[in-house]
Ligand binder design. Structure first.
Ligand code: SAM
Length: 518
């Protein structure tokens, strides 16, 4: 079988890794060792050997804590006595180096924090945000005090995240499986542990592995290859498995729960209440998100379930309910899943200073809070991803009582009005009448500047933002935020739109993986 544990394949991958290591190509070597770990029989010496080889890379990169951790993992996982001498030497050298080295992996959460007091029940959003509803927008989110450019107003952990198996990074056409945690999507400097049963999932910690097993991996493990091939279908299947595991695999209980149409939103949840109750309310809030009217074929999903070794029989018995439920989940995914992006853990061309070349979509996630925010082609909040979480940052001043507007990827900065209107109507079912559409904002080639001095500053900052040292970049970021705040009456003009890009680039840079491999 193609994706089964195989010591032969594990050895072959380790040898390939060794070749990359000799060429100092540490990134490729790490991926090969990780893949080798995934294919190794969990009790074999191949596991210990792969950890030991990873420790050599961390040693070269002066990441001594990680090196020691991998030496320890090698020892605990059948590392052969015959090679122990080398490992012990490395361990000793490492202990000596730790004393003198002050290399620390930087923590992005030192920078990314909520700008105001958190909501008592939903500690991941600030307490000034409120939910409202009207005929035109359906539900929408407003603020009860004014918000400034640069404010961080939510740090949302998606209810469910799915890793895209193929990396779409144009420079590194590699699988994501061996470089990201299948549960939280962090890269953890490639220090990942393999699933004990399948060869297609790795985790950044025992906790993530246990969470994944409890929530979805117990059902996904044996069908991982099919799920990874299935693309967007995987998102609906993941939600299905999460829902089923909440009822310990009991289809009758899940059916009962779903048939009770009790609509609620994330604002009805208390994330500090008991875990079970919180989870069920979260699931209800997810089920109450708007659904796209599209009808999706669910036969391929049903086929996957019918052939499932544990769920096959029950799936046939509950066929009608499951087909309806999966249809609903696909419709919810269609409108409410958001892309999760990341910078690369491999160093890229030093001449690459444009963000488009540095960022990729690594997965998608369901955001129960962000999904309540409506669209504007001239949005006042922007989404950025930090280690698999999604943050909302204010990018234009928002006055007390006003609505938050996200951009569903169709901004006046990239698309002409007619094109935006067509896409929004087709994909999201509404005729957009945002300020950019009603006032016919010009798109960039037609954008004029208002203040030549500010334009000069904006152009210079735009050129250098991705390459500046942190302190200088942070100062420029604050300047950009202040200028956007004070000159909003001139929006849109060329200099302010350039400054918007500068703040997005600064935030993106702060969210980059802290360790990059050569
Ligand atoms: C992700 S949901 C946003 C929250 C939604 N209003 C709700 O009640 O759940 C997307 C849907 O909201 C509505 N929507 C979003 N932006 C809108 C806008 N600018 N004008 C009118 N409706 C909008 C559309 O029905 C769209 O399909």
């Amino acid at each position: 079988m193609l994706h089964q544990k195989s010591n032969e394949k594990s050895e072959q991958l380790r040898h390939e890794g060794n070749k990359c290591y000799s060429n100092q190509n540490f990134f490729e070597a790490m991926l090969k060792y990780n893949e080798s770990l995934c294919y190794a029989d969990p009790k074999s010496e191949n596991v210990g050997l792969a950890y030991a080889n990873r420790s050599a890379i961390y040693f070269e990169m002066k990441l001594y804590d990680k090196c020691l951790n991998n030496v320890d993992m090698a020892r605990k996982n059948s590392y052969p006595e015959r090679n122990l001498e080398n490992l012990v030497k490395r361990e000793q050298k490492c202990h000596e180096m730790v004393k003198t080295s002050n290399q620390k992996i930087s923590n992005p959460w030192n920078f990314f924090k909520l700008s105001y007091q958190p909501n008592k029940k939903l500690p991941f959003i600030v307490n000034c945000l409120e939910l409202n509803c009207n005929d035109k927008y359906g539900r929408f989110v407003t603020t009860n005090h004014s918000l400034k450019v640069g404010d961080i107003i939510s740090i949302e952990e998606p209810f469910c995240k799915v890793l895209l198996s193929k990396s779409k990074f144009r420079k590194i056409p590699k699988s994501n499986i061996y470089q990201k945690c299948s549960n939280c999507l962090r890269d953890n400097s490639l220090d990942l542990i393999p699933c004990n049963s399948c060869c297609l999932s790795m985790f950044c910690s025992i906790e993530c592995m246990e969470t994944a097993l409890k929530r979805f991996h117990r059902y996904e493990c044996s069908i991982m290859a099919k799920l990874l091939e299935s693309g967007s279908v995987h998102m609906a299947m993941r939600l299905f498995f999460i829902a089923l595991s909440k009822f310990d695999g009991c289809f009758e209980k899940l059916e009962d729960f779903i048939s009770n149409e009790n609509k609620m939103t994330i604002f009805d949840c208390d994330l500090k209440s008991s875990e079970r109750e919180g989870n069920e309310r979260m699931l209800r809030s997810l089920m109450s998100l708007m659904k796209s009217p599209k009808i999706f074929p669910v036969t391929p999903l049903m086929e996957i379930l019918k052939n499932h070794h544990e769920l096959g029989d029950s799936s046939e018995k509950h066929e009608k309910f499951i087909a309806n439920f999966l249809q609903k989940l696909r419709q919810i995914s269609d409108w409410n899943f958001h892309g999760i992006t990341s910078g690369s853990s491999k160093s890229v061309d030093v001449n690459e200073t444009k963000r488009e070349g540095l960022e990729e979509t690594i997965g998608s996630g369901s955001l129960i809070f962000c999904s309540l925010i409506n669209h504007s082609c001239a949005n006042n909040v922007m989404r950025i991803c930090v280690e698999g979480k999604v943050l909302l940052v204010v990018c234009r001043p928002i006055s007390k009582g006003s609505q938050l507007f996200d951009c569903y990827k169709i901004s006046f900065l990239q698309h002409q009005k007619q094109e935006r209107q067509e896409i929004l109507l087709k994909d999201f079912g509404f005729a957009c009448d945002c300020e950019a559409c009603t006032q016919n904002f010009p798109t960039p080639p037609m954008l004029k500047f208002k203040d030549p001095k500010l334009l000069k500053f904006a152009k210079k900052t735009d050129d250098e933002m991705l390459t500046l040292q942190h302190n200088q970049a942070f100062k420029k970021f604050r300047d950009c935020c202040d200028i956007l705040e004070k000159n909003n009456q001139n929006f849109p003009c060329l200099e302010l739109c350039l400054l918007l890009r500068c703040i997005a680039n600064f935030l993106f840079k702060q969210a980059q993986p802290s360790v990059v491999f050569p």
